[in-house]
Design a protein around this ligand. Sequence first.
Ligand code: HEC
Length: 216
Amino acid sequence: MNTFLKMALLFGFSLHAVAHEAALEKVSVAKDVPSIERGAETLMGACHSCHSMKYIKYRDLIKFGMDKKKVNEWSGGQSLDLPLLAQMSENDAVLAFGKAPPDLSVMTKARDGGPRYVYSYLIGYYQTKDGLPGNHIYPETKMPDPLGIIGVTDEKQLSEIHGKARDIVSFLAWAADPREEERLRLGYYVLAYLFVLTVLLYFVKNQIWARLDRIS
Ligand code: HEC
């Protein structure tokens, strides 16, 4: 085969691959406490059995402003200083699914596309022609459709599921960077401090130069 043909084929294949990769859905990540709390609640019901979030402790959720009673329920009465560990052991999960469910603490930072990737993956399930579950974003995934979107055609139900996925992703985005707001606030303080310092130094400089002017 000549080189030109090989190049053409290679190019053709890569175009093919790109054309079949589903585009990521857009999602606006919420930053408000109620949305993020709803996301945590859905995650506790639909994801927590398999997935851990080992960098987040129950107490972090309360500190962020979530309802203490709910968080206590989620923890099952355990100490609030424990991290959100999966209910299923990793070994059992591997036996059941052939793969360990990854920790979700920093998942929205770990994948290209971030929150959009996770959102599109969650709502990307469909039924293949052979009646098997498929996923547009991660076709060979071993995770069973966690939000039960396969087979749903009713618009209202679909938008409810999309809303759940959005809340979950908002919670995951918060969890991946829980100190973001604190850092922003600190940034503003630093800017304000530098501004005041500049003004003060300006007056000090004026005073010194005024004295020098008098001397000369
Ligand atoms: C029944 C167990 C189970 C449940 C429930 C479950 N997952 Fe998973 N999840 C898995 C397994 C197993 C994998 C590994 C899949 C793979 O790589 O093939 C996985 C992988 C993932 C990944 C990583 C995908 C990637 O790109 O590697 C994300 C994100 C994820 N799950 C999010 C969720 C969310 C959010 C929920 C709740 C709505 C959820 N999962 C519920 C078992 C589960």
